[in-house]
Design a protein around this ligand. Structure first.
Ligand code: ZN
Length: 62
């Protein structure tokens, strides 16, 4: 079972920033694994690019 599968079956921790390397958008690039939304906002924090999906609130460091 992949990590991607696991994360789909558990509740997303909205306080956690997921590592894009561990949880890539591998199905469709730029879309959320969780909600399949392409809407996200990007920000930069301490030199790290953060992507926050608007629909589910999941955050990833790119
Ligand atoms: Zn999402």
């Amino acid at each position: 079972m992949s990590k991607l599968k696991e994360i789909q079956e558990q509740e997303i921790d909205l306080d956690k920033v997921y590592d894009y390397a561990e949880y890539p958008d591998d199905k469709v690039s730029g879309r959320c694994d969780n909600c399949n939304s392409a809407y996200f906002k990007s920000s930069v924090k301490s030199g790290i690019f953060l992507r926050e999906y608007r629909d589910c609130g999941m955050k990833k460091s790119i």
